[in-house]
Design a protein around this ligand. Structure first.
Ligand code: IMP
Ligand code: MG
Length: 190
């Protein structure tokens, strides 16, 4: 893996070589985001939910999702860390940046790039519930159902994917490859 991430242009390597498996194309992702936005817009009609994105991975998803909404919304971000630069979750969730907005009496929609072990969702659900929101729902672009251990439902799911390590569309490998427009599978031993 070290050899991979020190390549001079890893993005080009992923996009142009056929060593990496394309999992979700740009077109497929954008179509699904429009569907999710339509569903959320209908569910929250006449309301103004606060989207809480989880940095860093969700920034592209949040940007694309909220621009497809037909309702008003507000946006803020938590920054969490669980993976560091590794390809496996460290097992503990740390808060690296808090939100500035008040969530009491608000409709909150937490937006994740991917639900993997489910630890981040559990952490955020409990943290946000203590802030007395009117409602709290979760939207995620991706979920690894086989791995996720959850005691709450994920209200809006873009795609259910196998438990492989994936990159692109906000998801990184050692901080790189967030700027891929599609999602690729990156095996541990390419
Ligand atoms: P959790 O294990 O559900 O708490 O997920 C924690 C975070 O790990 C996610 O929000 C992602 O930022 C990151 N993550 C999980 N799976 C992957 C992956 O396959 N590629 C890149 N990042 C991932
Ligand atoms: Mg994340």
């Amino acid at each position: 893996m070290d050899e991979v991430i020190t390549k001079s242009n890893l993005k080009a390597e992923v996009e142009e070589s056929n060593k990496y498996r394309l999992l979700l194309s740009e077109e497929v992702i954008q179509k699904r985001i429009k569907e999710l936005a339509a569903e959320i817009s209908a569910d929250y009609e006449g309301r103004c939910p606060v989207f809480i994105g989880v940095l860093n991975g969700s920034f592209i998803f949040v940007a694309d999702l909220i621009r497809e909404l037909s309702i008003d919304c507000e946006v803020d971000f938590f920054k969490l860390s669980s993976y560091g630069d590794a390809m496996k979750s460290s097992g503990s969730v740390r808060l690296k940046k808090d939100i500035d907005c008040h969530l009491e009496g608000r409709d909150v929609i937490v937006a994740e790039d991917i639900v993997d072990s489910g630890r981040s969702v559990r952490y955020l659900d409990s943290k946000i519930n203590k802030m007395n929101p009117t409602s709290i729902r979760f939207v995620t672009l991706l979920v690894k159902w086989d791995k996720a251990k959850l005691n709450r439902k994920i209200d809006y799911v873009g795609f259910s994917i196998p438990p492989d390590f994936v990159v692109g569309f906000g998801l990184d490998c050692a901080q790189k490859l967030r700027n891929l427009k599609a999602v690729y599978v990156m095996d541990e031993s390419p």
